[in-house]
Design a protein around this ligand. Structure first.
Ligand code: ZN
Length: 223
């Protein structure tokens, strides 16, 4: 219930705070529709339009886009957007047969960069993922690829966690998935309240949701 409170706060004033720390939880319902990866692939930016917009942006900021330092800026800016949006995670669905189904597989310490969709300002998230394999285990490097894949779009931290969990479930067939994100948001530290802080959000599904001991074990593993 506390979780819902936090989410409501999040909705009403943009961000929730506790003792200067930025805290939100998004334990969600167990049965989520599984989105497919395809929905995120093949996105393309309008590069020519971005160059025009970059020039417009400089003008709106009161700059002279024709001064020497800014001549190539709209093009570089357009390049950056293209690189960000058209990110190719490579192959993410390589799986192997599981040897046992009674252990947590956990990968932590992955830092991803994303853009907050409310302010178009950067955020960094440290991602920890755990799951209990059924019959398939995911190749180790794939966790980071999946985390980056869903970070490379306009995001909010809560949805990033859900997107990652959905994708791990889709590929491994496991419903027991945990994703914890600790994020620092420039929209919080560089504007508005200007207070550095970390926002923590968690997605707990299947056994991670129902089994407290398992959840604790996972939390210890990612410390
Ligand atoms: Zn923001």
């Amino acid at each position: 219930m506390v979780m819902h409170l936090d989410q409501d706060k999040e909705r009403s004033n943009g961000h929730a705070h506790q003792n200067g720390q930025h805290v939100a939880h998004s334990f969600e319902e167990e049965h989520q529709p599984i989105q497919t990866q395809e929905a995120y692939l093949g996105k393309e930016v309008d590069h020519a339009r971005l160059i025009e917009l970059g020039r417009e942006l400089l003008l709106a900021l009161g700059e002279d886009p024709d001064r020497e330092g800014l001549l190539e800026t709209p093009r570089r800016w357009a390049d950056w957007w293209r690189e960000f949006i058209e990110y190719d995670p490579g192959k993410t669905d390589t799986t192997f047969s599981a040897v046992s189904t009674d252990q947590i597989v956990c990968v932590s310490g992955m830092r991803v960069f994303s853009l907050c969709e409310h302010h178009l300002l950067p955020m960094w998230c440290d991602v920890s993922i755990g799951y209990i394999p059924n019959d398939k285990v995911l190749g180790l490097s794939k966790f980071a690829r999946i985390a980056h894949q869903f970070a490379h779009q306009l995001q909010i931290q809560e949805r990033l966690g859900q997107d990652i969990a959905n994708e791990i479930s889709r590929i491994t067939g496991s419903q027991s998935v945990a994703v914890i994100l600790k994020g620092e948001h420039l929209c919080m530290s560089a504007r508005g309240i200007r207070t550095p802080g970390l926002m923590t959000s968690s997605v707990m599904r299947g056994t991670f949701r129902t089994d407290r001991d398992l959840r604790m074990e996972f939390m210890q593993m990612i410390q």
